[in-house]
Design a protein around this ligand. Structure first.
Ligand SMILES: Cc1cc2nc3c(=O)[nH]c(=O)nc-3n(C[C@H](O)[C@H](O)[C@H](O)COP(=O)(O)OP(=O)(O)OC[C@H]3O[C@@H](n4cnc5c(N)ncnc54)[C@H](O)[C@@H]3O)c2cc1C
Length: 466
């Protein structure tokens, strides 16, 4: 149904994998775990969250025995296939932060800025060339009600010390040459990174610091053994005093997490490298990240070699929390993305798409991660980054480590950390509830009016306003 040879169109020749994987090592670099190993800390999941947990734990206590178990290979999941937008926000945007944690937002913004600055320092110190560019982004309005929403957002950005500028129709078109956009909000904080280069750089540093990574090793269960925990896999196990769960949208080892995490698929295309003339035909001289302002939004950016990565819009939940490799290609979503791209940039009609892929996002009902402990404080989790984890996973990993020490820090005091999200209903209700919400969000995009369902969800702190 979704395999590429059924595509009789311009996507037929697109490679079914992330453009970020061109020219770099993909696949496992280490052997699966066999036999019994002891450690001080076991981390389940080798994406950004797991790698940051290892790096931060080893920075604080060099010599600590840290093991990472990764069911596939490091970078295979969201961390190696995302859009690479580096956001300073820990609250999924200012508007959402104001709605959810108004008293803490100034502090959360400060921590978010510090977090990104420290990531930049880390890359520099370790000679990681991940194409990090602090170019910010522009959010673009396609409808009159989005123009008003962007205009109204300016005050709250300024209130929280953000450097933003409202661009009217002429200004936005002078920057990005297309009639698709009616206004823009230029946000100077944050930037862009090559997501796979970031994973590989972090992996190298984690291993240099002494972390042992076992790829092809799915953790299948956790049990108490004496004062310790044992994490099991098919051919081996690790005994350790502490565990961090960094398994993102995948079926969690801790059953309670399934109430809060909804695996949602996001789809992406990449074009062939643009010629200098093609780049000139769209302007985009600041080379910043771009997104549109609707609930169903595209995000797009240029790569090092001036391809355009164009993703988003559809967000697809599959019945029963399904997560599987075959869900990473979806003809309908990819075709829709291609159509939207051609409509937005008619001057690029001749540029072919060379890659298409998808990835799974761990959505929570509050759009920010949930944190907590289990097994008497010996296990901590940080999951639910909801499509905004390139930078915030570092903050999340540090929260998980704080929780394991039991100490109070500037992070663990925050309500945004201690509070929990409204649970999603279980199946068979979950799927229809998601579809109803999706339809309501699409309607709001069309009409600019927030219907009764969304207003009710807003009241319960279920965050769909970003
Ligand atoms: C298409 C797409 C675009 C995105 N764009 C952006 C963006 O532009 N900006 C942004 O900030 N965020 C973006 N995100 C989100 C961002 O990529 C994620 O929030 C982030 O990568 C999460 O990192 P993670 O380590 O928690 O999860 P992952 O990278 O998913 O890593 C979790 C790992 O755990 C492993 N695992 C799970 N269960 C087990 C188990 N039982 N045993 C062993 N291993 C296990 C998995 O195999 C996986 O490798 C995007 C996501 C997608 C999918």
């Amino acid at each position: 149904m979704t395999s590429s040879h059924h595509l009789q169109d311009e996507l037929r020749d697109a490679q079914p994998r992330p453009v970020w994987w061109e020219g770099v090592h993909t696949g496992p670099q280490t052997e699966p775990l066999r036999g019994r190993v002891s450690a001080d800390l076991v981390i389940v999941g080798g994406g950004y969250t797991g790698l940051w947990a290892a790096i931060e734990a080893l920075t604080e206590h060099p010599g600590r025995r840290v093991v990472i178990l990764e069911q596939s290979w490091v970078g295979a999941a969201a961390s190696g296939r995302n859009g690479g937008f580096v956001s300073e926000s820990l609250t999924h945007g200012i508007a959402h932060g104001e709605a959810m944690w108004p008293d803490e937002l100034t502090e959360l913004q400060r921590l978010g800025r510090e977090n990104v600055a420290q990531i930049a320092e880390f890359l520099q110190r370790n000679n990681i060339d991940a194409d990090l560019r602090m170019v910010g982004k522009t959010t673009l309005a396609r409808t009159p009600h989005e123009v008003e929403a962007l205009r109204n957002a300016v005050a709250s950005y300024l209130r929280h010390g953000e450097d933003v500028e409202f661009l009217d129709r002429d200004q936005v078109r002078a920057d990005i040459h297309t009639s698709a956009f009616l206004a823009g909000l230029r946000i100077r904080g944050g930037g862009l990174v090559d997501p796979m280069a970031l994973v590989l750089g972090m992996r190298r540093v984690a291993e240099e610091m002494g972390a042992r990574i076992f790829e092809g090793t799915a953790a299948t269960g956790i049990t108490r053994t004496g004062g310790n925990l044992t994490v099991r896999s098919a051919h081996g196990e690790v005994d350790a005093s502490h565990v961090v769960l960094a398994s993102n949208a995948y079926r969690p080892l801790l059953r309670r997490l399934g109430n809060w995490i909804l695996p949602v698929y996001d789809y992406v295309l990449a074009t062939a490298p643009l010629t200098a003339d093609q780049v000139a035909s769209i302007g985009w001289t600041q080379n910043q990240g771009l997104t549109d302002a609707g609930n169903q939004f595209h995000y797009f950016r240029r790569t090092r070699d001036d391809r355009i990565v164009w993703g988003g819009y559809d967000a697809i939940y599959h019945y029963g929390n399904a997560v599987a490799p075959e869900l990473e290609l979806r003809d309908r979503s990819h075709r829709l993305l291609a159509q939207h791209f051609r409509e937005t940039f008619p001057q690029l009609a001749e540029v072919p798409f060379t890659h298409r892929w998808g990835g799974v996002i761990d959505t929570t009902s509050r759009f920010t991660p949930i944190f907590g402990t289990a097994f008497g404080g010996r296990l901590a989790y940080a999951v639910g980054f909801t499509g905004l984890g390139v930078a915030s996973t570092r903050f999340g990993a540090r929260v998980a480590l704080d929780l394991l020490t039991g100490r109070e820090t500037e992070r663990t005091r925050l309500k945004a950390v201690t509070g929990t999200a409204v649970p999603f209903p279980p199946e068979p209700l979950r799927w229809p509830a998601v579809e109803l919400t999706r339809a309501a969000l699409a309607r709001e995009d069309e009409t600019g009016r927030r219907g009764i369902l969304l207003r009710t969800l807003d009241r319960f702190g279920v965050g769909f306003n970003s």
